[in-house]
Design a protein around this ligand. Sequence first.
Ligand SMILES: NCc1[nH]cc(CCC(=O)O)c1CC(=O)O
Length: 313
Amino acid sequence: MSERPDPTRPFRIGTRGSPLALAQARETRDRLVRSTGLEAEAFEIVVIKTTGDRVTDRPLGEIGGKGLFTKEIEEAMLSGEIDIAVHSMKDMPVDQPAGLVIGACLPREDVRDVFVTLDGIALSDLPAGAVVGTSSLRRKAQVLHRRPDLQVVEFRGNVQTRLGKLSAGVAQGTFLALAGLNRLGLSEVRAVPISADEMLPAVAQGAIGIELRADDTRAFDMVAAIADEVTGQRVACERAFLARLDGSCQTPIAALAEIDGDRLTFRGEILKTNGSRSVSGRRDGPVAEGEDLGRDLAEALLAEAGPGFFDER
Ligand SMILES: NCc1[nH]cc(CCC(=O)O)c1CC(=O)O
């Protein structure tokens, strides 16, 4: 195992301050405590406010730019204020700043989206013309593609905020990642899971990634002990797809890699934001070629979609 951290200086785990981010940071700390045999006090969770946390009154797409939820955390790591950072891989840009790398992924949670309402009905049972709330361009495009009769309104905020909006009648339903509900232990929320066939999840949905300084061998050894290899391979394939699409959070993109033994099955989808078109496909191959499969499907979908596919909003 790695050398013992300096007892006068706890190993610092950086995170956003949202309830989900904190749950993920605690899960990481608990795994590190178990794998190292150190006391919980050897680790310190350091909360860092990001631009995405600060600006809550505007759609994320409007604030723009990649790394809305990561920039300040990455700066703290580069300056040595924290040793590692815990992220939802779904929110991570495909490239990390010079000097930083994703060192590990933890075991992946459920990848599915759920449909959340006050009365627990399924998406397919929503009456024509119903209003759903989401701030995700992917979910908006996917739901409009299947149900052009529905209306989509902008919906930001944490689970409690969104439930409050449902109670206030702003919308009849909203979408969440089941992974978030599970990690927060919110079993009382009326949520109906949506299969990946019905709504392909976001790239890396349900995966927690740990970012560290590329030259920090102590941190590398610590996180290697809690890394989940299969999750890492699935996420690498999905992120290779995203990278080749030049995807930003402004483009509706969905992807899911699944692994059975040494075989990987990959599904990907790109959509127009208004839901008028969806282009999707699948690739199968050896796990070792996962990133190539992701890139290959990205190229095929772009060719099929044609130029300017993502341009109109
Ligand atoms: N974009 C916000 C975000 N980033 C990660 C999760 C949930 C957890 C996960 O997918 O790993 C969520 C909330 C949501 O989509 O409901």
